[in-house]
Ligand binder design. Structure first.
Ligand code: AMP
Length: 415
């Protein structure tokens, strides 16, 4: 299947081609016809499935047919990194159109955002706090919004953003299209969905099962030997594009410094860093200056970096959903990846939930010198749950797509 069936405007098709997309991903196949038909959609999809383009492409199609330079589409995202990434995806896909996009988030000056809004912009991707700030100052008008997207709704709930989101929604025109995407569907998300979405079409792609292109390996270890095990694994398997997750900000910082002292090109990404340091860390990881990124969950969720070969859970994620989010950083867009998880005595609860989610026995590995129940080596879950044949969805790794993924903070492009 190709993108031709959707009859996108030729300028949008040119953006799709330039992005190297040859065929739609499963979420795109499922969601785009409904979004193009103007329906509300509740998409249950994990990251890495191509969900951004699934809502951006129909959004561009819709916006091309109405007058420009008024904010007509609003995307609400939980983190600055995700907002910036979504903005960049829009800029890429809209590059041959005259539609404009900007991102809005805190931690950076508000004046340039106000100036940009004054000039007029078609699409805004915003984090809730700073958006409310603009609303309260009267520096953004939301009265022309035709389309609202709430992305990574479960993370927005976890981060306590729902009261802000409800306030924002009250300022939008009632007559609009609503889309909500979430990797998981706890009761609170269902509740918000029922408040905001009108007769939504429900779409579920790969719910709860981490991407099929990732292999899952578990290492039992004592807390005190995690650093040694990590260094051994890095030395054994190479350090090309490795994302390491820790539970706390402090541990993320300490571990990155420890790895640097051990001679690795590592950096940390967590909420205690200034926005410019967060951007530098992510940009450096994207362009290969840093081979290892040590991150906390909140900072790294939703980010898309092509070619992450391994995710290492230095600390066990608190829930099976958090595991899904973390390992969604590798094996994206059907590239293969490895998820390595350190298991300590205190991790039994989440471990059981992860085991249940992976659908059976966990497979363990052990390095020589580490007392661990060395069972089979790894497990590869069955298939990316999809009706689309695997072959038809192979992203082309063009120089262009590499460049695109290395550009993170280029807010000036088309803004
Ligand atoms: P997302 O889930 O939106 O974060 O997307 C994950 C990755 O898939 C991004 O790097 C996209 O550029 C890429 N992608 C999205 N749609 C396609 C497609 N149809 N073909 C190939 N790659 C895609």
């Amino acid at each position: 299947m190709t993108f031709d069936v959707y009859h996108f405007n030729s300028k949008i098709m040119a953006g799709i081609d330039a992005s190297g997309y040859s065929s739609p991903t499963p979420i795109q196949t499922e969601a785009m016809p409904h979004i193009l038909a103007g329906k509300d959609v509740m998409g249950l999809a994990q990251t890495g499935t191509g969900k951004t383009a699934a809502f951006v492409l129909p959004m561009l199609q819709r916006l091309l047919s109405s007058p420009r330079r008024k904010v007509r589409a609003l995307i609400i995202a939980p983190t600055r990194e995700l907002a910036e990434q979504t903005h960049n995806a829009i800029v890429d896909l809209a590059r041959k159109t005259d539609l404009t996009s900007m991102s809005i988030y805190g931690g950076v000056g508000i004046q340039p955002q106000m100036k940009r809004l004054k000039k007029g912009v078609d699409i805004v991707t915003a984090c809730p706090g700073r958006l409310l700030d603009h609303i309260n100052r009267g520096t953004i008008s939301l009265s022309n919004i035709e389309m609202l997207v709430m992305d990574e709704a479960d993370q927005m709930f976890d981060m306590g953003f729902f009261p802000d989101i409800r306030k924002i929604i009250k300022r939008l025109p009632a007559d609009r299209q609503n889309l909500m995407f979430s990797a998981t569907m706890p009761e609170d998300i269902k509740h918000l969905a029922s408040e905001v979405l009108k007769n939504p079409v429900r779409i579920q792609i790969g719910h709860k099962v981490p991407v099929a292109t990732v292999s899952h390996t578990f290492y039992t270890v004592t807390t005190g030997s995690k650093n040694t095990l990590l260094l051994r694994l890095l030395n054994k398997n190479g350090t090309e594009s490795v994302l390491v997750f820790t539970r706390t900000k402090r541990r993320s910082q300490n571990l990155a410094e420890h790895l640097e002292r051990a001679g690795h090109e590592a950096t940390a990404l967590h909420g205690n860093l200034s926005q410019s340091r967060r951007q530098k860390a992510l940009e450096g990881f994207r362009n290969g200056r840093f081979k290892i990124l040590v991150a906390t969950d909140v900072a790294a969720r939703g980010i898309d970096v092509r070619g992450i070969s391994r995710v290492i859970n230095y600390d066990m994620p608190a829930t099976a959903d958090a595991y899904t989010h973390r390992i969604g950083r590798t094996g994206r867009a059907e590239e293969t990846g490895d998820a390595l998880t350190f298991v300590c005595g205190e991790d039994k609860g989440p471990l059981r939930a992860i085991q249940h989610m992976l659908g059976g026995k966990l497979k363990y590995a052990a390095l020589e010198g580490f007392a661990a129940p060395a069972r089979a080596l790894e497990q590869r879950p069955k298939q990316w749950p999809s009706s689309t044949p695997k072959k038809s969805y192979r992203p082309r790794r063009s120089n262009e797509s590499r460049r695109r993924n290395s550009v993170f903070s280029n807010m000036a492009r088309k803004t």
